[in-house]
Design a binder for this molecule. Sequence first.
Ligand SMILES: Nc1nc2c(c(=O)[nH]1)N[C@H]1C(S)=C(S)[C@@H](COP(=O)(O)OP(=O)(O)OC[C@H]3O[C@@H](n4cnc5c(=O)[nH]c(N)nc54)[C@H](O)[C@@H]3O)O[C@H]1N2
Ligand SMILES: Nc1nc2c(c(=O)[nH]1)N[C@H]1C(S)=C(S)[C@@H](COP(=O)(O)OP(=O)(O)OC[C@H]3O[C@@H](n4cnc5c(=O)[nH]c(N)nc54)[C@H](O)[C@@H]3O)O[C@H]1N2
Ligand SMILES: [Mo]
Length: 787
Amino acid sequence: MRKPRPEGIKDYTGPAGGWGALKAVAVSLKAQQIVQRGAQTLLKSNQPDGFDCPSCAWPDPKHTSSFEFCENGAKAVAWESTAKRIGAEFFAEHSVSDLWAKTDHWLEGEGRVTEPLRYNAATDHYEVVGWDEALAEIGAGLVKLDDPNQAEFYTSGRCSNEAAFLLQLFVRLYGTNNFPDCSNMCHEATSVGLPKSIGIGKGTVSLEDFDSCDLIFSIGHNPGTNHPRMMATLREVARRGGKIIAFNPFKERSLERFESPQSVVEMATLSATPIATNYLQVKVGGDAAAIKGICKALLALDKAAAAAGEPPVIDHAFIAEHTAGFDALIADLEASDWADIVQASGLGQSDLEEVARLYAQSTAAIACYGMGITQHRTGTSNVQQIANLLLLRGNIGRPGAGICPLRGHSNVQGDRTVGITERPMPVLLDKMKEVFGFEPPREHGHSVVESIAAMRDGTAKAVVCLGGNLAVAASDPQACAEGFRNMDLAVHITTKLNRTQLLMAKGATYILPCLGRTERDLQESGPQSVTVEDSMSMVHASRGFLMPPGENVRSEPWIVAGIAKATLGGKGGIDWDGYVANYDLIRDKIEAVFPAFKDFNARVRQPGGFHLVNSAAERVWMTDTKKANFMVAPHLEEDESTRDPSVMRLTTVRSHDQYNTTIYALDDRYRGVFGRRDVLFMNGKEIARLGFEEGDVIDVTTALDFKRDDRIVQGLMLVEHALPDGCCASYYPETQPLIALEDHDPQSFTPSYKSVPVQIHAAGTNRGAGLVVERAGVAGQSLRAKA
Ligand SMILES: Nc1nc2c(c(=O)[nH]1)N[C@H]1C(S)=C(S)[C@@H](COP(=O)(O)OP(=O)(O)OC[C@H]3O[C@@H](n4cnc5c(=O)[nH]c(N)nc54)[C@H](O)[C@@H]3O)O[C@H]1N2
Ligand SMILES: Nc1nc2c(c(=O)[nH]1)N[C@H]1C(S)=C(S)[C@@H](COP(=O)(O)OP(=O)(O)OC[C@H]3O[C@@H](n4cnc5c(=O)[nH]c(N)nc54)[C@H](O)[C@@H]3O)O[C@H]1N2
Ligand SMILES: [Mo]
């Protein structure tokens, strides 16, 4: 008989969705003390006249039902529209050292920040400061720097197109392209990889394409948790007999079966729809090998078809007309060995051949992918392998087919579109010059990894964060803490308190409270809407309607313009006040700089918004060859365990109850974890091979090249999960200390969050200058060095 499972660990046997999801919504509303108002707020989410749900970037269907929200959207909305507030009294009561000792969950859980705050080192308290004074001091701090390139301007993808556009205008006028952005940690591999493959760094599908596709590759994403509204789409495809092929080291429940909370029948009968027709538990980091295997098998099928006089499997006509690099790809596929593919992917040759057969039979295929693909040293190349797979059968730029990177933050794609980029294309800078009459800096700026390095090494002196929780989200919290503490000036524009804001600069630190999506934004010309762009390039308006959480809370465009005025004075002759008084004027300028936004103000007022042109979707290839390029993967990533069997490859994932660094609660229902996050998942055989049992408490250290005494996380509990051999998994961000800043994709600078070489030790046997995750560990405890 099997041993009883450790505390908080259960076998979850239900489907994803279902009554559990509805119950979870009720619990979140209650916890934020907004049961009545919360329900009304949710009805406005993702409606044509409402606000854009801040949880994910999945598009809204054209005919939005009155329940176009989901369990995790509900949690995000409840978390933002909480009735809890933290103002002057709270900060008088709690010193910063006192706050530091709290968990991240507690910090954000205290509620919305309502006053501008300045840190007073003499008392160790944040103290309320007037807006004018704060902005003037921040402006002076930025002016004082020897070189604008000493300042870093971080954005997290929740801010609107309008706020992002003003920020890039201000920062470029100030004189730098230092735009570290959350997408540097997320889909940067897409932004860097796809332009080389297909000439645009975005997905090519629209929601309608899912209606006519008959096969979906679902690679390295967990939609039941992170894009729950996508489940309705996957369910539809599955119900009409479409094939869904999942590649994931975890058996994610939502990809196995889903019970739609919006289906009366499924809810009443407790029945569920099976989702994946084929589930391939690829090794962590083994995707490029798996795709190579499928392509190789496809090539063999094509040859066999030719020999038998049957129609080709590979779309040779499309390839001849539209692509370059086919011969090099074929040469590489022919030279690669099945044994290597099987070893690196952890999958059987026959399973990959079966996938190739299904793919060969399909008429229109879409490939969806997420962080399981991008957050690797080979992230950029991984993305390009997916493009290869689609191109082989002409599956880009026709109905029902295409590539679909699942973006993270609700407006991360839009922020990029409107100019938040550290490596701007000349055309953007030329347009900025033409429209605003100044010479923007041309030198490339810093991504996240480069900014943290500059902050740590002392070449950066100031950091301004428009949202996010940079020091917890980035790899290497050791470097982040050092970096933030090194600053002469740190500014946090935020809705809630988080740990990054407790890393006090050696100079001045400010917190500036801003409105969220759900709240009414009233300016001189009346209530304002903002705009966002979803994962499928649909741009639409978002208008909040809740009362702001306090009278001193300002909109993000107002705050950005305020810092700009205080820093630049009249430089550039920009009418900052005019923009803030009426966001239509910001949109006019967005249109002037980016022609794709033609008639922006008119089109965004149509219900549902409008679609931005997508060259690759039209089979216009804006690459160096003017064709879609097949990109050969340089070599399969070596599996560390072949060098040293004690080395495991760690991937870090989101639980069902978190939004990035925001932890709503400590459960991960579909993986059977309740009330704790201090776990390390591994299969039972591997646990035994390393000499442990499920429930054992262990320490984890970084192995191989990035080994260092303080790269250790102590006190995790081993939990059995059917992962492939050689792999383990933990929750993000608890194991952030294991990931060296230098461990990233050299092309896109995306941190290698999903393939970290680690070793496992019995607890306490490997005490370095350790960092600890406490029992029922909560995010950010990991930043606390053990005394
Ligand atoms: N509720 C909620 N919604 C969110 C977020 C959130 O935190 N909470 N975050 C938002 C953001 S910013 C983003 S970027 C997205 C993230 O959405 P996802 O991309 O789904 O994010 P992750 O949880 O990081 O997990 C990715 C999946 O990849 C798998 N995986 C891990 N390593 C590998 C690998 O090597 N290969 C393959 N094939 N799979 C692998 C994991 O098992 C997991 O199922 O969601 C967005 N939406
Ligand atoms: N190990 C590991 N690390 C990862 C990942 C991983 O999978 N594994 N994923 C990476 C990914 S994909 C991403 S996108 C990053 C996320 O990195 P970030 O975007 O920096 O992190 P978030 O946790 O989303 O930021 C949450 C904070 O944003 C603030 N906030 C919330 N709403 C608003 C708003 O409307 N306006 C403003 N101004 N502030 C607001 C609140 O203070 C909240 O604490 O993390 C990355 N880090
Ligand atoms: Mo993300």
